[in-house]
Design a binder for this molecule. Structure first.
Ligand code: 13P
Length: 252
């Protein structure tokens, strides 16, 4: 069975030195305490990936991910980074479809499907982020939106080891960076729905695909969230920037 994935999305924060210091502090705060059924995934900006990977070394229970990549092997794509370049840095995971990429950078479902396919093909493990806006929720479109985001990104993917290569992160847009955490019944409803949709796509393999919750996760709400059925980890923004607060989430 896969471990619970406790992921830190550092977004556009931290120099190399700051990222190294936070990583070192986090490793020391969690040393000998990290439960064997949990793993930590640090997702720094591109510029700090190599430093974080070197700081982690071969420590078990810790991994490194990227926040983005471009779905091509190489080529004339000024400013972009390929999956091979990330793998070369010691990075084995990447986010695809974070709401900030969807909304600020206009990445649509079709482009995100290309990214998922290409990233997996080149050997990255993928965390596909999905979630509805407040308006979509108010208009009763939760299921329609999640269905569209999942089926468009995942329908053509057929790997036998999919459960260890793919994670889905449910992050309601209205709960990201707002301090407004979804109610446990909202999280339960969305995660149950995601699981049932994954089953339609991947049959029994879907039982082991991890579904993370993200959106204003903090040390004081982690225990309530992490114990819900179908919550297999969390994707944390603001509260992951300080080692002290993220360590309490990781161990919480
Ligand atoms: P916050 O934890 O700051 O709400 O951010 C969530 C997020 O976007 C993680 O990817």
């Amino acid at each position: 069975m896969n471990k619970k994935c406790m992921a830190a999305n550092w977004k556009m924060f931290k120099t190399r030195q700051e990222a190294e210091e936070t990583t070192r502090e986090l490793m020391s705060l969690t040393a000998a305490k990290l439960p064997s059924d949990r793993e930590v995934l640090l997702i720094p900006p591109f510029t700090a990936i190599a430093s974080v990977a070197a700081t982690i070394g071969s420590k078990t229970g810790f991994g490194v991910g990227a926040q983005n990549f471009y779905p091509a092997e190489n080529g004339a794509y000024t400013g972009e980074i390929s999956p091979d370049m990330l793998l070369d840095l010691g990075c084995s995971w990447a986010l695809v479809g974070h709401s900030e990429r969807r909304h600020l950078f206009h990445e649509d479902n079709e482009f995100l499907a290309q990214k998922v396919r290409f990233g997996l093909e080149r050997g990255l493990n993928i965390i596909l982020c999905i979630g509805e806006t407040l308006n979509e929720r108010k208009n009763g479109q939760l299921a329609t939106i999640l269905n569209k985001q999942l089926t468009s990104a995942l329908s053509d993917i057929g790997y036998t080891d999919i459960a260890s290569r793919l994670v889905v992160a449910y992050e309601p847009v209205w709960a990201i960076g707002t301090g407004e955490v979804a109610r446990t019944e909202d999280i339960r409803e969305a995660h149950d729905y995601v699981r049932s949709e994954l089953k339609k796509i991947f049959s029994s393999a879907a039982d082991s695909i991890r579904i993370l919750y993200g959106g204003s996760v903090k040390p004081d709400n982690i225990s309530e969230i992490i114990t819900l059925d179908n919550v297999d980890g969390v994707l944390v923004g603001g509260a992951s920037l300080q080692a002290e607060s993220f360590s309490r989430i990781v161990l919480g």
